[in-house]
Write a protein that binds this ligand. Structure first.
Ligand SMILES: *Cc1c(COP(=O)(O)O)cnc(C)c1O
Length: 485
């Protein structure tokens, strides 16, 4: 693999600007001018197309491979949603359109998208209002906890702690700390959910709230939510629902109905917007009535004449948390997806996501250790401790799967399970694909029995094989990889 600069041939061109027939001489400050030409690669269009197309073939992606990365919900994004997002009526809007503040007449359609999406998401979650502004799940968490803090401040509450079970997503305690709280971690019980007795011991007047990842990172639903909510509300605490994985309960259960006051949604996990390598995403945050005064601005409202407008006049708002209106293009994809599936389709999302995970659980549970042998939700957590004893660790199994044509599942997370392998098939995969994956997992186990000494050889089919992780950490070279003969 060569860099595009190495492929450069002086004089090759992909595109030539036509000569300007307007005589404009621009006086350019001499100190800003380059002494030499800019060192851009010189290539024909075909060479450029081949270079990037071949590079793209080194990627694992949903469009090319099964991607059962637990907790991350790597499901297929229908191309229909991309088409909608590319309509020029949307792409050619600019957030600073001159009339925006005075009448919003150029952006009625875009405002309608935001307004309706809020209403639909309220209906799906049982929340009373939702801000579309947060740019990711973690950003949504921060927004939610900032509103929690604003609530306590307004009521004169003296609060210091946020309770987070050990089966929470790592962003939960991180969010609580960044928002200025100390965290109390509650261990899981033998059923893989938060230990209620331990929780009881930690409830004091200084508890600001509790953040529950639900289903938790063991893929399990907590059926004590009503009791937990009662305990937290008794000390005027706020119940936070980490709804990143709403795809597990969509159309079946609404956080607002079971005692939660605030929650975030990851559109990139439930409503198929792309996970763009860390961004852009969207993490809409819903609140029940008691937190609505603190929502970020602006908010989209519908006026009496039916027109949509942006409203900024909320005295108790926590303020801006993102520029303009959040990641509008991402929200637009979620909007298109909801329309595409409709009520029945959305319910089928959670049905199939849960069914697929349980199918994998049942097929593999005699082969891989299952720490919590009960019905899971959208993902299942195994332990490779038996295989590890034979010399093939979770990491080796992950690398083995790459050669079999599968993106590895999440490994070594959750931290509560030794040698954990966290598999999330999502609802968009066929039974044939899931069966092929199950077979590959079985083959990994077989190898751990027949030839564990081979466990470290994988992957062998990728341009970069198994790196020496110690050397990579100590002697990092990120410039580029060149295969030596
Ligand atoms: C993915 C995830 C998050 C974080 O979302 P980002 O969009 O990656 O910031 C938070 N909680 C849970 C349970 C998640 O799965």
């Amino acid at each position: 693999m060569q860099l595009i600069f190495e492929k450069s041939v002086p004089g090759q061109r992909g595109f030539l600007n036509s000569r300007s027939d307007v005589d404009v001489a621009v006086a350019f400050p001499a100190e800003l001018a380059r002494a030499e030409d800019c060192p851009l690669p010189e290539l024909s269009e075909l060479e450029v197309v081949r270079h990037y197309t071949n590079l793209s073939k080194y990627n694992f992606s949903i469009d090319t491979h099964f991607y059962p990365l637990g907790s991350c919900t790597m499901k297929y994004n229908p191309k229909f949603c991309e088409e909608i997002a590319q309509l020029p009526e949307f792409t050619q809007l600019h957030p600073l359109l001159p009339q925006l503040r005075h009448g919003d007449q150029f952006v009625q359609g875009a405002l309608e998208v935001l307004y309706e999406l809020e209403k639909w998401m309220c209906e799906m979650t049982g929340m009373d209002a939702i801000t579309m502004q947060p740019l990711a799940g973690a950003h949504g968490e921060l927004t939610g906890v900032m509103m929690m803090a604003a609530y306590h401040k307004a009521r004169g509450n003296d609060k210091r702690y946020i309770i987070v079970p050990d089966s929470a997503h790592g962003t939960n305690p991180a969010t609580a700390r960044i928002a200025g709280y100390e965290t109390i971690a509650i261990p899981s019980d033998a059923n893989g959910v938060m230990d209620l007795e331990k929780l009881k011991e930690c409830i004091t007047d200084e508890v600001a709230g509790l953040m529950l990842t639900c289903p938790n990172t063991h893929g399990l639903f907590n059926s004590d939510i009503d009791k937990i909510a009662e305990m937290i509300h008794a000390v005027d605490g706020i119940m936070y629902y980490d709804g990143a994985n709403l795809n597990a309960i969509l159309g079946r259960c609404r956080p607002g109905d079971i005692g939660f006051d605030v929650m975030h949604i990851n559109t990139h996990k439930t409503f198929t917007t792309p996970h763009g390598g860390g961004g852009p995403g969207a993490g809409p945050v819903g609140v029940t009535e008691k937190l609505t005064p603190y929502l970020p601005v602006s908010r989209v409202i519908q006026k009496e004449d039916g027109a949509y407008a942006l409203k900024y006049d909320y005295p108790d708002t926590i303020g801006y948390i993102a520029s303009f209106y959040g990641n509008f293009g991402i929200l637009l994809r979620a909007y298109a997806y909801i329309l595409l599936l409709g009520e029945e389709g959305l319910r089928a999302v959670s049905d199939h996501a849960v069914l697929n995970a349980n199918y994998i659980k049942e097929c593999l549970k005699g082969i891989y250790h299952l720490p919590f042998d009960r019905r899971c939700m959208h993902e299942v957590v195994f332990s490779a401790k038996n295989q590890a004893e034979r010399g093939m660790h979770a990491l080796d199994i992950a690398k083995f799967l790459i050669d079999q044509g599968f993106h590895p599942p999440t490994v070594y997370f959750p931290l509560t399970v030794k040698e954990s392998i966290m598999i999330e098939p999502t609802e968009t995969e066929s039974k044939a694909t899931i069966d092929a994956f199950i077979e590959a997992m079985m083959a990994a186990d077989q190898l751990s029995r027949s030839a564990p000494e081979q466990a470290h050889q994988f992957p062998a089919t990728t341009p970069v094989t198994r790196p020496d992780e110690v050397k990579a950490a100590r002697d990092l070279n990120t410039s580029y990889f060149q295969k030596t003969a």
